[in-house]
Design a protein around this ligand. Sequence first.
Ligand SMILES: Nc1ncnc2c1ncn2[C@@H]1O[C@H](COP(=O)(O)OP(=O)(O)O)[C@@H](O)[C@H]1O
Ligand SMILES: [Mg+2]
Length: 269
Amino acid sequence: MSDQLAPTTTKSAAAPFRIPSPSEVAPFAPDPAVLESNHIVGFNSRHLSSRPFSLLRSQLVKRMRSRGHKIVGVTSPAPGAGKSFLAANLAATLSRLPNYQVHVFDLDVRRASLAANYGLMGEVGLERFLSGETNDLAKVARHVEGTNLMLYPCFANDYDTMPLLASDRFAQFIASLRTLPEDHLVLFDMPPVFANDDAMVVAAQIDAYLMIIEQGRNSQRQVTDSMRLLDPAECIGSVLNRYDGGVGDPYGYSYGAYGKYTDYFSKND
Ligand SMILES: Nc1ncnc2c1ncn2[C@@H]1O[C@H](COP(=O)(O)OP(=O)(O)O)[C@@H](O)[C@H]1O
Ligand SMILES: [Mg+2]
């Protein structure tokens, strides 16, 4: 990343944006059939496939709490690894915790899929806030009815993302998120590392990231190179997606200590 692209640090940034509360934004009731067809199972604790997300949730919350983290990103070396699938499910499963407010932001603006995964339609997406067309995050957010989850989807993907992410405005957005009380958790669906500089720019502003590794497609080299590029951001955990190594989940994911890449980067509690 060139110096020009180095983001303004959030330490020095003002926090001018109000993060809305659920009562201030449009409610949204996802269609169960849409969720099911996109494999978003995290709202349903009895769904066989939601168990790994519940376990991941417990680990993640424990680590975030013990390290004082507020903003965690989900990324991967290349597109298609399952970042959005995981972020959407993790958000859903986190929203079942009664004591937390969860905010999930779609920051993979060029490949945005949070809206499609939840079956959400609209006009004012997060890209319009990031570009300065609106300062009102209440216009962007949707509150998932009956849950503690706020969604911030993107709808248009034809924006040049680097000026959006490497801007003072983005640093101010992060600083505004940091003013949220302790019981708020923020999840970013991030761009993939090898696509361009976007992931590095975002990683420089957040507390930690989860690395999604696609079984059979991402080599160890790609994973270690990705982590080097995101350095010094902290890798808080890893998920081996489409894992066929026998952990026994129908959708095939594994994480943390079960993943075969664990030795390379997992952190101990
Ligand atoms: N473990 C999984 N089980 C079922 N479908 C999956 C799984 N992981 C990813 N997918 C699907 O694969 C496609 C690509 O995943 P996605 O999360 O959009 O990738 P990324 O956000 O990393 O580019 C999506 O249609 C997603 O629903
Ligand atoms: Mg995605």
